[in-house]
Design a protein around this ligand. Sequence first.
Ligand code: XMP
Length: 313
Amino acid sequence: SWEPAQFIPEAIAQIQREVGAGRALIALSGGVDSAVAAALAHEALGPRLSAILIDHGLMRAGEIEEVVRAFPTLDLHVINRADVFFDALKGVTDPEAKRKIIGREFIAAFEYAKRTAGHADVLIQGTVYPDVIESGGKNARTIKSHHNVGGLPEEVGFTIVEPLRWLFKDEVRNVGLALGMPQSIVWRQPFPGPGLAVRIVGEVTREKVEIVRQADAIVRQEIEARGLQRAIWQAFAVLLDVRSVGVMGDQRTYGYPIVVRAVQSDDGMTADWVRLDPDLLETLAHRIIGEVPNVNRVVYDVTSKPPGTIEWE
Ligand code: XMP
């Protein structure tokens, strides 16, 4: 049977063999896969590993700080490119166009950042087995152009090392736990590479990112408070680009709706909507409307995948 205690020394030896006497670089995304790959590579290479975390301004609340805290001795460079991403996304409403722009700007940011992060010949990537299968299906119709840090293009000019290539998500988590990584990172739910941009239907603005970020933080807090974090594949908030009329106190409001979405899934390919407790839904509605400015309505998404996708864009 598969055991982290056996896998970890083998993976470390493999990284050391493939990097040789040189240096390596890793791009962290905030997700569990790249974090575990970084922890393994850091064990293997010590100061010969540098890491880049591109802050596109579309991360969840507290996410960057959590990653930085998880790697106190790693040579980690946080590159703030939020202005560039917001400029590039200005006026863009088409979901695929948004994804392509973010993918392109991510590569540009990486090209820029790698010069500041020390010369490296090897790029460590947190590719996991499901990524390998998914990108292998050449004839599969593209529903969404996925962007993630496991997907930097070859022209970047590195030798690629993928220590998690044969692992499933639960195995990656077990490796993270065995390496002593924080629970908050190991049990993090999947989060799309384009970040909160695909959770804002229509144009992305700083104001809208702030709204969906606050709503997302409330959803995560309440899910965690009930111990549902590990049982649910993903639970999150989506901001729509319509407004509706409401009333608060004796004032008419005209604000945005937040969609709460919670799904159960084994691999993200299909998903069921989760029958969340109505009391929890009520708490979410109450808190989101009370605490997040410009939101006056909360709705719950009862669509499974298919026919819906998990994300709204
Ligand atoms: P969909 O929305 O296609 O999502 O049903 C399936 C799973 O993939 C995640 N997702 C992404 N992950 N880069 C990623 O790394 C992306 O561009 C991306 N888009 C969606 C989504 O959160 C769900 O878990």
